[in-house]
Structures are given as structure tokens and as C-alpha cells.
Design a protein around this ligand. Structure first.
Ligand code: FMN
Length: 200
């Protein structure tokens, strides 16, 4: 089979992406609104792009009505964010934090997570996360505001908060970090196996 992507609907194309680009690491983006409300959401269209400068990026797809997700709007307003790694023991809370809440509602409270304050930027992170990047906005590459259009948010990592228990001689102990990845449907991966988790 050979497929011309221009013949595919957004949904069909999306299925190729999530089935073909997998497992995807998950960034748990912590932001703050200009009114001071904490926001947290997981993003699996996420990766690293440069080590000097240290650039990471993730993509926020607009809501069905075309409006910006709170994460994107907050980053436009404050130009900074944290990225907490989702370890296996936190995956249930990560799934819950993806709920569509109003901008004045706090996903930390909703998902039963304790927030902590980034040391050098105006954003919260997940206190129980073992590895956190404190980022300033580098640029946003917008592919539009229609259904499925990504908004690639590139950030420069300015500070790293790493739990001493997973830091060995300059290396991240990946077995102890135990990160999860996103597959398709309700499937996720550990660094050993895959498992199913219903959203929420
Ligand atoms: C594991 C996981 C990965 C997700 N990855 C993305 C993603 O890459 N891009 C995106 O726009 N939404 C993604 N979502 C959905 C967002 O987390 C969800 O829309 C969330 O409500 C956005 O929150 P916000 O409006 O506070 O920014 C993902 C959800 C889950 C559970």
C-alpha cells in the first residue's frame, strides 16, 4: 500500500502519526496564567532538538473550537514553562491532568498532585517528579488554528532539577527515572513493556 497524505482526513493522518512515531516521551508542562492560576497538562508530541543551546519542544493542538489550549496561551503570556518527566508511578495522575478544565481551574488540585515552585522562572512543576526542566520560550512555530494544526513550542532549558537518587556521576539513571511513553489508543509504554490506561 502506498498513501498520498493529501487523500487522508485529519483523523486518518493522526492515526499514522501516533502509530508510527511511538513510543513518544511525555512532557508534563507546568505553566501559570497571567492571573496567577497554575496549569498542568501532558504532551506526547515532545522531543529534544539541540544540546547547545539546550532546546526541547512540544506541540499543542488547538481545541475543537479552534481556541488555544491553556498551556499555549499561558506560554504566550509568560514566555516560560516547566517540563516534568512522567515516571511510571505518576502516570495515572498524568492522565487525569489532561482533563479539559476552565482556565481558572487548577489541574494540580484536580489530579491530586502537589505543586512546587520553579526556582528561576514563573511556573509550577510536579513536586514528586524526579526530573524537571525549567525553560524559557525560544519560539512558537504555528501550523495554523484549524483541526489538527500543531503549535510547536520550543523552549531553552535554563535550569534542571534532578532528584539526587537518579543522578549518578553525570548520568540520569533511566531505570530509576522509569519514564513512560505514549503509544496509540489507550496504550502506553514503560521502558520494559506496554500497558493500557483509560483516560482520566
Ligand atoms: C498522555 C497524553 C499525551 C497528550 N499529548 C498531547 C499533545 O502532544 N498535544 C496536545 O495538544 N494535547 C495532548 N494531550 C491532551 C492535552 O493534555 C489536553 O488537551 C489538556 O487538557 C490540555 O490542557 P490545557 O488546556 O491546560 O493546556 C495529551 C493527553 C495525554 C493524556
Amino acid at each position: 500500500m502506498y498513501i498520498d497524505t493529501s487523500t487522508l482526513s485529519n483523523k486518518e493522518m493522526y492515526k499514522f502519526l501516533i502509530g508510527g512515531v511511538a513510543p513518544r516521551p511525555i512532557a508534563w508542562a507546568g505553566t501559570r496564567s497571567k492571573d496567577g492560576i497554575n496549569n498542568l497538562a501532558p504532551f506526547s508530541f515532545y522531543n529534544a532538538f539541540s544540546s547547545t543551546p539546550p532546546i526541547v519542544g512540544f506541540s499543542a493542538i488547538p481545541r475543537l473550537d479552534g481556541s488555544n489550549k491553556d498551556t499555549l496561551q499561558n506560554i504566550i503570556d509568560t514566555e516560560c514553562f516547566t517540563l516534568s518527566t512522567v515516571s511510571h508511578k505518576l502516570v495515572q495522575q498524568a492522565s487525569k491532568s489532561a482533563a479539559l478544565l476552565e482556565p481558572d481551574e487548577d489541574e494540580f488540585d484536580y489530579a491530586g498532585l502537589e505543586p512546587a515552585e520553579a526556582q528561576n522562572i514563573n511556573a509550577p512543576y510536579v513536586k514528586d517528579a524526579l526530573l524537571v526542566f525549567e525553560c524559557t520560550l525560544n519560539q512558537i512555530v504555528s501550523f495554523g488554528h484549524h483541526e489538527g494544526a500543531g503549535n510547536l513550542i520550543l523552549g531553552e532549558i535554563k535550569f534542571i532539577a534532578i532528584d539526587d537518587s537518579i543522578y549518578n556521576d553525570g548520568y540520569v539513571d533511566i531505570a530509576k527515572l522509569d519514564p513512560v511513553g505514549r503509544l496509540a489508543g489507550n496504550w502506553y509504554s514503560t521502558i520494559r513493556d506496554r500497558f493500557e490506561l483509560t483516560r482520566g
